[in-house]
Design a binder for this molecule. Structure first.
Ligand code: AOS
Ligand code: ZN
Ligand code: ZN
Ligand code: ZN
Length: 409
């Protein structure tokens, strides 16, 4: 390690020991943190105004995996890749899984797409037309088959279903149709599979969305059974929503299944994780690490089985560096949360000492964890600065031969 980091780490170690932090435990937790990257984050995407086509963007799902493998090689933290069907449709899914293995990866969550077909304009599983509902459910079932072929254990469901005008759709009928489709899909799951239900309060529907918030997703998951859980996309709430509260609530109910991490300033902006309001991300990890210490096994097991996934779309950013930035920002906030002295927080809470409790949480956020991250990376034989290593690797130049024109979908 560089002399600078040796010194910085020695000081860090001393300070954290004084604060009562078990660094051996923190190191183990940090190494255990695995983050799934999305295949669609490696392709061109954009806004409703323009998709800027970039040189070197993957032309097919195999090339998306190659790019994802770069992120994993440099961080050691991203062994799985989420796929989106039909964006990542291939003739032989076992070939895709084999290719992933050859790159040191695995296929993670399978995301059915029931929003891009023209038939779904007025809804997929909630469409008033029974034939379209059937078609949508058949696609969900097809994705369960894909899971079997690629060895995935997570079906990640997001529905664009909603309406733009009062009266446009029968809200209660649509609720029941949604439930029917979810039930049929749930019954097709193998025992090792989980169904994660994602909610979002608006967009593309601007009047109502069929699965608008965590309460609706939670209720659906409860009705279905233990293999169904809620997926929290950090960009899917109204301004000011206390996301970490939702996280804590779902953890306590054993129903937090996973995340779609991204940053947002206004709506579902899908920006690089941790670039806006990193404190929120830290506070989410605080709730997870607190649940990790819960006396009830159900809560601990839930906290230990969260699928940490990134869901971001790049309009202007180079894709691989943007993904690296997200992964590193997640690691930074997680490492900071690992610097929380939970006993100190709990003691202050028990004494009703408002300021001491707030301080015990915030002080961890204020810790500079850079020496810690560098030490852990170096111990694994990884570059201390994955971004710098990527930029110097020549990979960007190498993939330029792909030309222009790949897209997320
Ligand atoms: C859409 O807003 C959701 O975040 C979904 O997770 C979606 O499937 C993903 O963003 C790809 O578009
Ligand atoms: Zn999402
Ligand atoms: Zn979204
Ligand atoms: Zn989003």
């Amino acid at each position: 390690m560089s002399q600078w980091n040796d010194k910085a780490y020695a000081l860090f170690e001393e300070q954290q020991k004084q604060r009562g932090i078990d660094l051996g435990f923190a190191k183990k937790k940090l190494l255990d943190l695995k983050i799934e990257t999305p295949s669609w984050g490696y392709g061109d995407s954009g806004t409703r105004f323009k998709v800027f086509r970039k040189v070197g963007v993957p032309r097919d799902p195999f090339e998306k995996l190659e790019d994802a493998a770069q992120v994993h090689q440099l961080t050691g933290a991203c062994p799985t890749v989420a796929i989106h069907i039909p964006w990542d449709k291939v003739d032989d899914y076992s070939k895709l899984a084999e290719y992933a293995t050859s790159l040191g990866l695995r296929i993670g969550a399978v995301n059915p797409n029931v929003f891009q077909d023209d038939d779904y304009m007025l809804g997929s599983v909630t469409n008033a037309d029974v034939n379209i509902r059937r078609k949508a459910t058949a696609h969900l079932l097809e994705c369960v088959d894909v899971m079997k072929e690629v060895g995935s254990d997570i079906l990640s469901l997001w529905f664009a279903d909603g309406t733009n005008y009062p009266g446009q759709g029968h809200i209660r009928k649509r609720k029941q149709w949604l439930h029917e489709a979810l039930t049929e899909t749930y019954q097709a799951l193998s025992p090792n599979m989980r169904m994660l239900i994602e909610y979002k309060f608006f967009e593309p529907g601007f009047y109502h969305t069929d699965l608008a918030d965590w309460g609706m997703a939670f209720h659906a998951a409860n009705q279905l059974g233990p293999q169904a859980q809620v997926l929290v996309d950090t960009g899917h709430h109204a301004q000011g929503t206390n996301v970490e509260h939702i996280v804590a609530y779902l953890l306590d109910e054993g129903k937090l299944g996973g995340f779609h991490f991204n940053s947002r300033k206004y709506a579902d902006d899908d920006l690089i994780v941790g670039t806006v309001n990193p404190y929120e991300l830290f506070l989410i990890f605080y709730q997870i690490l607190d649940a990790d210490r819960d006396e009830r096994p159900i809560v601990r097991n839930t906290a230990g089985n969260i699928a940490f996934m990134i869901d971001q779309s790049h309009a202007i950013e180079p894709k691989i560096p943007a993904m690296l930035r997200s992964v590193m920002n997640i690691q930074t906030q997680y490492a900071k949360a690992l610097m929380i002295n939970h006993e100190a927080v709990l003691q202050a809470q028990a004494k009703n000492d408002v300021l001491a409790a707030e301080a015990a949480v915030r002080e961890a956020y204020e810790v500079d964890v850079a020496p810690f991250l560098a030490a852990v990376r170096e111990e694994q034989g990884l570059p201390i600065d994955p971004m710098k290593a990527f930029l110097e690797s020549g990979y960007t130049e190498k993939i330029a031969v792909r030309g222009v024109g790949g897209s997320s979908w």
